[in-house]
Write a protein of this length. Structure first.
Length: 229
């Protein structure tokens, strides 16, 4: 079994624009920022070790080919071959992890990521309650509409929009009262794809509204500076 050290996590880095023939990297904080990739550092002598073992392996292969009776050479050759293969595999795995993290970092907009963090935080704050899997669909829809009404109340738009917000609140309240009269098995004719797309739209517009009023900018700035929110 190989005793070579595995690649160590070097931290989060962001590539800088450069006209040089080599690549420049700026080290980030403890948390991943948008565009950051994870870099791994091999033990200092890994490249030299791979080169030396490769040379030794070739020398043993030549010696064994010249004299097939050299059984110790064959065993040594197999030993060094395994060590070189282990080191090469570790280096390839570190490179693959870097590529996967680079691709994953590009998947999320910072606003979506922070809004998802807020959603998870709100769920965890209510972990002492029963899960939504135990809730009737009509109750979940009623609560979603009720939360929209609470959002209107929190916005408190002032006298100019008060009548519009009041009318919207009454409409949402009436919808909640109506849904409360339904049985537990609320009919839904939408396909799963349409249902999840429209639900994602609801969540996206909620995120956009929060972001436009500055509710996400502080969290994003803190994440880019490497501090928790």
């Amino acid at each position: 079994m190989s005793t070579e050290q595995a690649p160590g996590f070097a931290g989060w880095f962001q590539e800088l624009r450069s006209g040089m023939s080599y690549r420049l990297w700026e080290q980030g904080g403890h948390e991943q920022r948008p565009g950051d990739v994870a870099l791994y550092e091999m033990p200092p002598d890994t490249a030299d070790t791979i080169a030396r073992l490769t040379q030794e392996r070739e020398a043993l292969r030549i010696a064994f080919a010249a004299s097939p009776s050299l059984e110790p050479c064959k065993r040594a050759l197999e030993h060094w071959t395994r060590r070189v293969d282990d080191l090469t595999a570790a280096l390839a795995a570190a490179t693959a992890r870097e590529g996967a993290l680079r691709e994953d970092a590009a998947r999320w907009r910072p606003e979506v990521e922070k809004f998802a963090d807020l959603m998870e935080a709100r769920l965890r704050a209510n972990d002492h309650k029963d899960g939504w899997q135990e809730c009737a669909p009509n109750w979940l829809l009623m609560r979603m509409i009720g939360e929209a009404g609470e959002l209107l109340d929190e916005m408190d738009p002032g006298p100019r929009a008060a009548s519009a917000f009041y009318a919207a609140g009454r409409m949402l309240g009436a919808a909640c009262a109506e849904l409360n009269q339904y049985g537990k098995h609320l009919e839904c004719k939408a396909t799963p794809e349409r249902l999840r797309n429209e639900a994602a739209d609801v969540a996206n517009f909620a995120m956009m509204l929060v972001d436009r009023y500055g509710g996400l900018s502080a969290a994003i700035d803190a994440a880019r500076k490497g501090s928790p929110t």
